[in-house]
Design a protein around this ligand. Structure first.
Ligand SMILES: [Zn+2]
Length: 234
């Protein structure tokens, strides 16, 4: 009987050990170097489906991983997205510490500081994918659309610093030439496409990496209500 108990204990411990290894491997898939851009998109899609369905949610923040990452980072995707408190990339894509290089600014617009941050990850950390991700019910987009509709009424409502953002979004709407009949959706998608184009075409370091197929830039919309990420580029 004692032997049987020991045997059961041994089996249970073995299962626990194997399970821990599998969990470690599952997370480690994210930190393996050299994934191509399309594989990273699939990896993000899988994480977003898990988040959307609230299944297999992992909070990869254990002390061992933290110590390992202190030696160096190897993020697999750069996410340029809005500062909105409901749009947290690590949660939306079900990823952990060290997985994503995140740049956040209201309205997910680009400026020199944003471009410099993105360039650092793409060039020096060899991150193969940039996702420009806007979201539904975005305050910055709403302000830009409202200001565009009726400049006289709304000009006084938007102070100068916020205007820096809305001006950029309005500029994006003019350049992107989207034709969505819903002005808010039109501005949301135009802003993503415009900033995606800036990253693809106006920055020599990034353009060079794209030409060598070492980097891809894609656009996406995060839907607050459903938790789903809609991919704008195939
Ligand atoms: Zn927003």
């Amino acid at each position: 009987m004692k032997l049987l108990k020991l045997s059961f204990l041994f089996t249970a411990l073995s299962l626990l050990f194997v399970n821990n290894i599998l969990m470690a491997q599952e997370h480690h898939e994210a930190t393996v170097k050299g994934l191509d851009p399309d594989s990273v998109i699939s990896w993000l899609k899988k994480g977003n489906t898990e988040f959307e369905k609230n299944e297999n949610i992992k909070h990869a923040i254990d002390p061992k991983l933290r110590m390992e990452l202190a030696k160096g980072q190897n993020p697999q995707a750069i996410i340029l997205t809005c500062s909105d408190s409901r749009v947290s990339p690590e949660l939306i894509f079900n990823k952990g510490l060290g997985d994503l290089f995140v740049v956040r600014v209201a309205g997910n617009v680009t400026d020199d500081a944003v471009l410099g941050s993105i360039e650092y990850s793409a060039e020096h950390l060899h991150t193969p994918l940039i996702v420009v991700m806007g979201h539904t019910n975005c305050g910055a987009i709403a302000a830009a659309v409202s200001d565009q509709d009726d400049k006289d009424v709304h000009t006084a409502d938007i102070n100068n610093m916020i205007r820096t953002l809305t001006d950029k979004i309005q500029q994006a709407v003019l350049f992107a030439n989207e034709k969505d009949p819903d002005p808010t959706r039109n501005a949301l998608v135009s802003n993503i496409k415009y900033n995606t184009a800036i990253l693809r075409n106006t920055h020599p370091t990034l353009s060079n990496l794209i030409q060598k197929h070492e980097l891809k830039v894609v656009g996406a919309v995060y839907h607050l209500e459903t938790g789903k990420v809609e991919w704008l580029d195939k």
